[in-house]
Design a protein around this ligand. Structure first.
Ligand code: MTE
Ligand code: MO
Length: 377
């Protein structure tokens, strides 16, 4: 598994966890390109990296479908049955920017779960695949009561002393809207092993957790999956909930991420030497098919804001982030706090401070991103 990491990922990846492998690109490379190169796309795994032989591969669809079936890769790549779809899609882990919550709350008694993601647990790729809706149609459609589709990955991990498959679900309504793809190509290449070769789910506008890699089974069910990844792991708890009074039913299942943005350059604590303008770069993203319309940057902690010129934002797309760049006016000699915020097309924006963002599980850090730099003018 480590060999696969070395083979498929960029040598400068930040390895947050060696097993299960979790890694993100270093800050300077996160928004270097509006479409992330495969070797720099973040990786989130719960277990090992299955190395699957294309020839042996198939997946089945069962549960509340009218005619359960097994599909090979050739079956689903048959263009006469399933029209091909190509889409640029941003995938974001709901743990993105978790470190900001950790640094605010370290030592307060709550465990820090999972990987300490910074701003790089987000990436954008061009996927080729087909709409899952058509595949369900080829199984005669859903039976009465079929309301959710459960996706099984063939990777396994140990949870509460039990060996589990990676397993989550999405509502049928999302599939029916043609917003769930089965994809085999990433940026013009077959999916890398580490990203789910030979076939993965790509759920447009939902958190990365729903986009199951190494797919081997789809089961139509009545209720959202009761498996731990769905019912315990990706939950958004109210602020008064912590380890001492945790009830899984108090959490909301996280699907669409709220609008968020981050400054990728300069870096916090950096000494920036400039001639009255600090060049700032970053990303902006909103889940659920909303997109960034405006990005603003402040050089005084969030009192005065400068708007990123539209021509400095990368292309607008329903399912994609926009990378941005601005020359931020600054006449201060000394420490300055740079802040960015985004407005999406529904006019949602970001909470001003990470203090109000804290939740047990440390998901959804979407507050205004703040960094301190030492300005030398
Ligand atoms: N699929 C399987 N089979 N196993 C996993 O551990 N992790 C999920 C999702 N799909 C996961 C999975 C999570 S939490 C995220 S954020 C995305 O994959 C990350 O996709 P990537 O590794 O291709 O960036
Ligand atoms: Mo994730």
């Amino acid at each position: 598994s480590w060999e696969t990491v070395l083979k498929e990922k960029h040598p400068d990846m930040l390895h947050l966890l060696q097993f299960p492998y979790n890694g993100e690109p270093p800050k300077r490379l996160v928004t270097d390109k509006a479409v992330t190169p495969n070797d720099l796309h973040f990786v989130r795994n719960h277990g090992g990296i299955p190395l699957i032989d294309k020839q042996d591969y198939s997946f089945k669809i069962d549960g509340l479908v009218n005619s359960p079936r097994t599909f090979t890769l050739d079956d689903i790549m048959d263009e006469s049955k399933f029209p091909r779809i190509e889409k640029t899609v941003t995938m974001q882990c709901s743990g993105t920017r978790r470190v900001e919550q950790i640094s605010k709350y370290a030592g307060q008694g709550d465990e820090v779960p999972q990987a300490p993601w910074a701003e790089g647990a987000i990436g954008t790729a061009r996927y080729v695949g087909i709409s899952l809706k058509k595949v369900i149609k080829a199984c005669g459609g859903l039976k009465d009561g079929g309301k959710h589709l459960e996706f099984y990955g063939c990777d396994t991990y140990v949870k509460d002393d039990k060996l589990m498959n990676y397993l989550v679900s999405v509502p049928w309504s999302k599939v029916k809207a043609n917003e769930v793809l089965l994809a085999w190509e990433m940026n013009g290449q077959p999916l890398p092993h580490i990203h789910g070769f030979p076939l993965r789910v790509v759920v447009l506008g939902y958190i990365g957790a729903r986009s199951v890699k190494w797919l081997y089974r789809i089961k139509a069910i009545e209720e959202p999956s009761r498996a731990p990844v769905q019912s315990q792991e990706y939950l958004y708890f109210p602020q008064q909930v912590g380890k001492h009074n945790l009830k899984w039913t108090d959490g909301i299942q996280i699907q669409e991420m709220p609008v968020s943005s981050a400054i990728m350059s300069p870096w916090t604590k950096q000494v920036v030497i400039h001639n009255g303008k600090i060049k700032c770069k970053g990303w902006a993203y909103s889940g659920g098919g909303r997109w960034p319309e405006r990005v603003e940057v402040s050089g005084d902690g969030g009192f005065d804001w400068y708007t990123v010129p539209l021509e400095n934002l990368s292309a607008k797309g329903k399912w994609t982030w926009r990378t941005w760049e601005i020359d931020l006016p600054c006449d201060v000699e000394g420490w300055v706090e740079i802040v960015c915020r985004c407005w999406d097309n529904s006019l949602n924006t970001q909470p001003p401070n990470v203090r109000t963002a804290w939740n047990w599980g440390l998901h959804v850090t979407s507050s205004c991103h703040r960094i301190s730099v030492y300005s030398v003018n």
